[in-house]
Design a protein around this ligand. Structure first.
Ligand code: HEM
Length: 520
């Protein structure tokens, strides 16, 4: 299963991608790793701002100053290299990148996670579903300097964003779509918000954009136009004219765009969904984004394939059922039917019973329920996929990592995500459905490594080892390797292994090593 789909649709429990913004007003302080509701900060809002700043910054540097038509700019996480710049003042970017860094793997770049954070913060906090695609590539160096600050004059802001393909109405609407959650902080922008905003439960002194600070809604537009509530927030109401950047922008077309946005929540949502999608989909030349991640109704997740010494295969994992708009409510069970190696639907069917008491949904698409299943498969006929109702999901048994014959030590009992470096031993066994000896069967372990001067790590793919034949079972040959690395727990968490036979092209890609860690 696609890692981004997993993070977005399934990984929503404690420690999952969504955990930072539950509830939407939650704030996770990267300095302690803990929630803190006394500062007047909000993680969901920081995530949206990070994407924009990366883009406004990337919009301000790549995406804005650099010209999208020239293909230079876009969401590429170069902000990680630029934390010390004045334009990146405040903790928001550091907080966000620190949180996202736990989820960086070979298949999930920082830039994709920044974009996902925005889609989730908006979609799960009362806003629209923002179409989300993957495929962004992280920059390997800092980008040019940015320009969009509260002090920036209107002409410069508009021309910067127009270089990124956003006209004046787009720029006004995009800003209002972003400036509905969170607010402006005295601790970060004392020239905008005075010390009077500071209180025991608002130690950073936030003035919110509207009075629904944790909800992505039309309120900011309506309060701005009617002069009620927070009147659009401090970038409108500050008496320091130089930094009234929202007021300058909103008024620049005589409030026409704000009037249009205010007409209905549905209109606000649909304009925002399309502008935010355009914002996060702005990528440098040469980057091809995937199709929009489709929650579907039913998909498989956390699939593991084992083989025993008699050659019998066992497939286990779960289906997730999302009650997307207009779909039937989750049934008590779903039938999983094995498709054999030749692509033929077999009579081998098991019932996956839903755990309907646990909604694992990300709050964007609808209640989501897991249906665990296990099915035995004769090694002779093998596995080509599974069918669930009319849906077919391709799987393969040509080359795969065998979880029961693989291990990681030390185990979960001594694992803590903030543990420092220690020696890890990965004992990896793969089953290969061939009896001819491959010229070279290699295992590449990929894990994150820090980048000097950057909060965001990169993936190191340089650790490769040969696998050696250890036996045969049914139609499979078993190959194994023992790999040892000194890593911290965070590196182990996101590590994965690819097994490749270059000669035949057979591969088992992105097996997450953490998935086999046991209590020991
Ligand atoms: C057009 C020019 C813009 C300027 C000059 C600007 C400036 C600012 C400033 C000064 C803050 C206060 C940050 C703090 O005190 O921590 C802020 C907050 C925020 N901005 Fe913007 N912004 C702009 C557009 C946007 C856009 C287009 C989006 C997203 C689509 C966005 C999303 C946010 C969010 C979510 C916050 C709240 C952050 C928090 O509460 O931590 N901004 N912006």
């Amino acid at each position: 299963m696609n890692e981004l789909e997993h993070l977005y649709f399934d990984d929503t429990g404690p420690g999952g991608f969504k955990s930072g913004m539950v509830p939407c007003t939650n704030y996770v302080d990267s300095r302690t790793g803990l929630s803190n509701d006394t500062l007047g900060r909000e993680t969901a809002a920081q995530w949206i701002r990070t994407a924009f700043q990366q883009i406004l910054k990337e919009l301000a540097d790549d995406f804005v100053t650099a010209d999208v038509a020239a293909g230079i700019g876009g969401l590429d996480a170069s902000i990680g290299f630029e934390m010390l710049r004045p334009e990146n003042v405040g903790v928001a970017f550091n907080d966000s990148l620190f949180f996202f860094s736990f989820f960086i793997t070979d298949k999930s770049s920082m830039a994709d996670l920044i974009a996902m954070g925005t889609a989730m913060a908006i979609g799960a906090c009362g806003g629209p579903q923002v179409p989300y695609r993957g495929g962004r590539i992280d920059a390997t160096e800092a980008g040019p300097f940015g320009v969009c600050q509260p002090e920036t004059d209107l002409k410069t802001t508009l021309s910067s964003l127009s270089g990124a393909g956003f006209n004046q109405a787009d720029t006004i609407a995009l800003t209002a779509c972003g400036h509905t959650m969170g607010g402006v902080h005295h601790s970060t922008f004392p020239q905008i918000v005075g010390p009077e905003a500071v209180s025991p439960n608002n130690l950073d002194g936030r003035i919110a954009f509207d009075d629904t600070v944790g909800v992505n809604d039309i309120n900011v537009v309506r309060q701005y136009l009617s002069g009620t509530g927070n009147r659009g927030g401090a970038l409108v109401t500050t008496t320091n004219k130089t930094v009234q950047s929202d007021l300058r922008l909103y008024e620049s077309d005589n409030n026409k765009t704000m009037e249009r946005l205010s007409q209905s929540p549905e209109q606000f949502n649909s304009i925002c969904a399309s502008l935010i999608a355009r914002m996060i989909d702005t990528v440098p030349n040469g980057v091809t984004l995937t199709p929009v991640l489709d929650p579907g109704n039913v998909k498989h997740a956390a699939i593991l394939l084992n083989v025993d010494w008699s050659g019998k295969l066992t497939l286990s994992g779960f289906l997730r059922y999302i009650e997307t708009a207009g779909s039937a409510s989750a049934p008590e069970s779903l039938d999983v039917t094995v498709i054999n190696r030749d692509g033929i639907l077999t009579a081998n069917t098991v019932k996956a019973v839903g755990n309907l008491s646990t909604d694992t949904g990300n709050g964007v698409f609808g209640p989501t329920f897991p249906y665990p299943f296990t099915v035995d498969i004769p090694g002779k006929t093998g596995l080509g996929g599974i069918a669930v109702g009319s849906e077919r999901f391709p799987l393969q048994d040509t080359l795969f990592v065998v979880p029961v014959l693989s291990s990681i030590t030390p185990g979960l009992a001594s694992y803590n995500i903030i543990d420092p470096d220690k020696l890890w031993t990965f004992n990896v066994t793969a089953a290969y459905r061939t009896f001819s000896t491959p010229s070279s069967l290699t295992a590449t372990v990929k894990y994150q490594v820090p980048q000097p001067g950057n909060t965001s790590p990169r993936i190191d793919s340089s650790n490769t080892a040969q696998l050696a034949l250890i036996g045969k079972t049914g139609p499979f040959s078993l190959y194994s390797a023992v790999l040892q690395y000194t890593l911290n727990s965070k590196q182990v968490f996101g590590s994965s292994i690819d097994i490749v036979d270059e000669g035949s092209g057979a591969k088992a890609e992105f097996f997450k090593l953490f998935s086999i860690m046991e209590f020991s």
